[in-house]
Design a protein around this ligand. Structure first.
Ligand code: GNR
Ligand code: NI
Length: 171
């Protein structure tokens, strides 16, 4: 397995809309292994392929306490928003390191997805899992959680991350 490099906001590649996976083959399974390793090493609870500059509709998630319940989503679709009531949650993103902001998203969703063996699965997700699935599906559309913030906040975050990048590349 190998750890992949994560793109940092405002990298324009994070705006790419991902393409559907045609067939789940060994190349996709290797990508998933590497994404899981990258997510666990980064101490994230989710990762979309977009974030590692692979523009395919692949997501890995693990919201378990022990970090031993990986969930893989391929070509996920929201089938139904079951609970429209909004769940406030402080969101972070491995592509926006160091910044956390409270957002509200539907608290319960039903999705359909392919599994590692090309089989269609339906999943009902609530709570944090519902939030993370929606956060990751946004990445596949080129959308980042900072897009929901005010222009002022997003600009502040953008400037700070550009500054940090300049410092780290100078060292
Ligand atoms: O690690 C992550 N934590 C998190 C917290 C609240 C809402 C969403 C997330 S996902 C994020 C990892 C990430 O950037 N996934 O794209
Ligand atoms: Ni993210």
């Amino acid at each position: 397995m190998s750890k992949l490099k994560i793109l940092i906001f405002p990298d324009p590649r994070l705006r790419t809309v991902a393409s559907k996976v045609v067939v789940v083959d060994d190349e996709i399974r290797t990508l998933i292994k590497d994404m899981l390793e990258t997510m666990y090493k980064g101490e994230g609870i989710g990762l979309a392929a977009t974030q590692v500059d692979v523009h395919k509709r692949v997501i890995v998630i693990d919201v378990s306490e022990e970090k031993n319940k990986p969930l893989v989503l391929i070509n996920p679709l929201i089938e139904e928003i079951i609970e429209t009531n909004k769940l406030p949650y402080s969101e972070g993103c491995l592509s926006v390191p160091g910044f956390y902001e409270e957002l509200e998203r539907p608290s319960k969703v039903k999705i359909s997805t392919l599994d590692l063996n090309n089989k269609t699965l339906k999943i009902e997700a609530e709570g944090i899992l519902s939030v993370v699935i929606q956060h990751e599906m946004d990445h596949l559309e080129g959308k980042i959680f900072v897009d929901y913030l005010s222009n002022l906040k997003r600009e502040m975050i953008r400037k700070k991350l550009i500054k940090q990048k300049k410092i780290s590349t100078a060292n």
